[in-house]
Ligand binder design. Structure first.
Ligand code: GLA
Length: 669
């Protein structure tokens, strides 16, 4: 549900703040330094349950009262956490049955976080109690501008195989299927003798002798997501009954896949997202752009909140690279460019104790005589200069389908080859568009796609017949659709479509798939496309043309001599099918033709200069983020918001720097 009013007047700046880890003297230093850095909002109390409810039903709000008042006196707003990601020791002592059981049967212990069963009745009661107590006490506090329920639902564990979960799973299945006949049919239980005669015989898909029924596993993922969301909704509603501030929880778009963010975004008042660079990825800023675009898209294009990112290194990857000078600002402002109305970090002050002591912070262990601190102060000033950007939106003409259920299904075992990766294909297509300067939304199958000139389905393994019919109508009405291999293979129960692979898209694409032809590890099988040789590997398909024109043919491999890439005119539009894994150059060649069909034009900006627009009815803000080692030029005219001054027809963005220009003519292309 989109937020009807802004959380803060400008772009929020700050981060997670854990005052309970520090003595009172440090609090006073904290707020002084927060003011120096231009901090406007901090998230408090996210892991504080044990220090707020010290024994069941015994609350101690003194320290929280004090810090919230101190922040308020200093003009710093509070995003108040509910601490339910980390129940206290007394809770587990009283309710040992509320611990998570893993798929292999291990009962998870205390001393970490996130190890509670979301189906345990005692947990459900306790979270409503603590959320209600907090909302009763702080719902009217002028410092509190937002509620931060829980922390990163689904991480570090989502799935739970405890007795509570099994019982709840049966209830969820009864609601979904009503009859055992319907369940037996959906799960295909005639296979391997899995037929059920009693609901009570159905369990969670725990580790078994061989692979477990894929329909059961897929439903268990849906159930898990549903249980997590039910916990959020219970807390949210307890808060809403007592307070009026917007309620959110922090997502992990493009980092964690166990929650269906399309469904979650409908439950929050404003989308909030956490994002951390993947250090092993040399182009991690492209992964960042995907996460930001997905955060915006699940919220229907509304501005969202970057709830966490890092000033420098994280501490949980195998090699935690420090950010280079300027990189933090490029990251932060790229999120803003793609729709965030906040720049928030994990965390304000680096912690001395505990598992995250090597994680970076706004205020590092080295103190204020440090590069990180100087960059944090400079970024705070930049964020303040962007106040006018708040509330503006990002416009895109191209959509990429992103479907969590399809990803869950594809990731199950015993697929035709281990080389199939939805993440890799989505990233490959997205990367092409990123390099071409084309802004992308993500879309859910079944949503209205009419406003997009071009829709890409790089990894739509699970596609329902209804959603396929929508895509066919989209093409018939004039859209351009590109579908990549191993798509439209199964229905919502992971059963192969009647009529075979790709059958539901046969009309839109003019082709279907007779047989999958995966390749040996490392084998390449190139394609001739419009007279040139382009590279492909991992996968081929034997296609049956049903009216499509073959525009690329396999040169080698088991499908040598037959069609690899097809183009189909259907109604007013065009459907493309790419039946193999093209490399980046191959995608460049094919996408050039696709753009021509769709009437989409690459931006023509220097490669490595990320240019994104945020618009209102009357204003256009152009964000230009230079990821290159050299300066870059961009043609435009307007007021530069970060460094001041004007761009008269052209602006130079120094290597590694960012410029934000408010155009004189908002319509300037
Ligand atoms: C997550 C959590 C934070 C912190 C950071 C560290 O995003 O929400 O509490 O652990 O990771 O990167």
């Amino acid at each position: 549900m989109p937020l009807s009013r802004p959380v803060l007047p400008g772009i929020a700046y700050g981060g997670d703040y854990n005052p309970e880890q520090w003595p009172r003297d440090t609090w006073r230093e904290d707020v002084r330094l927060m003011r120096e850095a231009g901090v406007t909002m901090v998230s408090v109390g996210i892991f504080s349950w044990a220090l707020i409810e010290r024994r069941e039903g015994e609350y101690d709000f003194t320290w929280l009262d004090e810090i919230i008042d101190l922040l308020h006196e200093n003009g710093i707003a509070v995003d108040l956490g509910t601490p339910t990601a980390s129940p206290p020791a007394w809770f587990f002592a009283a309710h040992p049955d509320a611990r998570v059981v893993t798929r292999e049967g291990t009962v998870l212990g205390f001393g970490s976080r996130g190890m509670v069963s979301h189906s345990a009745p005692a947990y459900r009661e306790a979270i409503v109690r603590i959320a209600s107590a907090l909302a009763d006490r702080y719902g009217a506090h002028p410092a509190v501008v937002m509620w931060h329920v829980h922390n990163e639902y689904g991480a570090p564990v989502g799935e739970d195989y405890s007795e509570h979960a099994v019982r709840a799973f049966r209830g969820w299945l009864r609601e979904r299927y009503r009859t055992l006949d319907a369940l037996n049919d959906a799960w295909g239980t005639a296979f391997w003798g899995q037929h059920y005669e009693e609901w009570d015989h159905i369990g969670a898909p725990a580790a078994a002798a061989s692979i477990v029924n894929p329909g059961q596993r897929l439903d268990f993922m849906r159930f898990t997501d549903h249980q997590l969301r039910a916990c959020f909704i219970a807390e949210r509603d307890a808060i809403r009954a007592r307070a009026e501030q917007p309620v959110t929880t922090n997502f992990m778009a493009n980092q964690h896949w166990s929650t269906d963010l399309w469904a979650w975004a409908r439950e929050v008042d404003v989308v909030a997202n956490d994002h951390y660079l993947w250090a092993a990825d040399e182009d991690a800023h492209i992964g960042l752009a995907i996460a930001a675009d997905l955060s915006r898209s699940v919220g229907g294009g509304e501005p969202w909140i970057l709830m966490e990112h890092s000033t420098s290194a994280v501490n949980w990857q195998s090699r935690n690279l420090a950010k280079r000078p300027g990189e933090m600002a490029r990251n932060s402002l790229a999120h803003v460019a793609r729709g965030s109305d906040a720049v928030l970090f994990f965390q304000w002050r680096a912690g001395r104790a505990g598992a995250e002591k090597f994680h970076s912070a706004m205020l590092p262990h080295a103190g204020t005589e440090s590069r990180i601190w100087r960059e944090v102060v400079a970024l705070g000033a930049d964020v303040e200069r962007l106040a006018a950007v708040r509330g503006s939106r990002v416009a895109a003409e191209v959509a990429i389908l992103w479907d969590f259920e399809s990803f869950w299904a594809q990731d199950l075992e015993w697929r035709p080859t281990e080389d199939l990766s939805h993440r890799e294909r989505i990233r490959a297509f997205y990367e092409r568009l990123w390099h071409d300067g084309i802004t992308v939304d993500f879309a859910q199958p079944g949503q209205n796609l009419d406003r997009y000139r071009l829709v890409l389905a790089p990894a739509q393994y699970l596609l329902t017949s209804e959603d396929a019919a929508d895509l066919t109508r989209y093409v018939e009405a004039g859209g351009t659709l590109v579908v990549s291999y191993f798509s439209a293979v199964v229905d919502e129960h992971d059963r192969v479509h009647e009529g075979g692979f790709l059958a539901p898209l046969r009309e839109a694409l003019g082709v279907d798939v007779e047989e999958f032809l995966p390749l040996r590890d490392g084998a390449e099988a190139d394609v001739e496309f419009r007279g040139t040789r382009i590279r492909a590997d991992h996968w081929q398909e034997a296609l049956r043309l049903r009216g499509a024109e073959p525009v690329g043919a396999y040169i080698d491999g088991p499908a040598a001599g037959s069609a690899a890439i097809t183009r189909n005119r259907r109604g007013e539009g065009v459907g493309w099918y790419i039946s193999t894994r093209l490399d980046a150059e191959g995608l460049r060649a094919v996408m050039a033709d696709v753009y021509a069909d769709a009437g989409v034009a690459p931006a023509g900006t220097p490669d490595g200069l990320e240019v994104v627009r945020r618009v209102t009815d009357t204003t256009t803000f152009v964000f230009a983020i230079n990821h290159r080692d050299q300066d870059a030029e961009l043609a435009l005219t307007g007021r530069e918001l970060l460094r001041g001054g004007r761009a008269e027809g052209r602006i130079t963005i120094p290597a590694g720097a960012v410029a934000v220009v408010e155009l004189d003519d908002p319509q300037e292309p």
